[in-house]
Ligand binder design. Sequence first.
Ligand code: URA
Length: 235
Amino acid sequence: MERLDKFLVECGIGSRSQVKNILKSGAVTVDGVVQKDGAVKIDPGKQEILYAGEALQGKRRVVAMLHKPAGFVTATEDKQERTVMELLPPELARQDIKPVGRLDKETEGLLLFTNDGDLLHRLISPKKEVPKVYYARHEGQATQDDVKAFADGLTLRDGTVCRSAALEPIGAGESRITVCEGKYHQVRRMMASRGMTVLYLKREREGCLELGALALGEVRELTAREITELDNECR
Ligand code: URA
């Protein structure tokens, strides 16, 4: 059982205050009876809830990707900093979606959001080994010894042991790094353990997904096909 107004917001018909007005207008019926009280408890599995005569399906699964700009922390709220939630359009913010894992404040790139708690946990589980690909600009030049050290599994300066990862030098002070875990500041600390300071970091891919043409600061929902592929990847 859940509150009618919460259910209506989750269905995406409007914000909390819009839903209040929609209810007041008498546009919502529960089992054929107009219901104006948002606090009333309903069971969407057993009751028929109509809005303007149309049946509501309840919470839909939402997965979205953001091209995160630098300067935003990955958190649902923060007293001092701007959060990635501020970059979501209101219709998505209303869907109770949360960031999947985290990117540092200064890191750019692909950040997923979902309201599916099970998918979220599978995506961040090191057991599922969903690969994440980063582009890094850094001080120092990556050598073949560094490539081997990444592949063998690095030990960070504080003793943390990392799983095997791929380091691919792609130019002077530029590398591509693929990791299957999400430890705190992982890429920056892995590079630091080999004497390289990361100056710029961007996540280009997560599993089967890539940023593509999504502009910095923009958000888009994944297609049904992308969600299925992602789901299969971390099953
Ligand atoms: N590794 C980092 O060091 N920072 C990120 O934001 C993501 C991976």
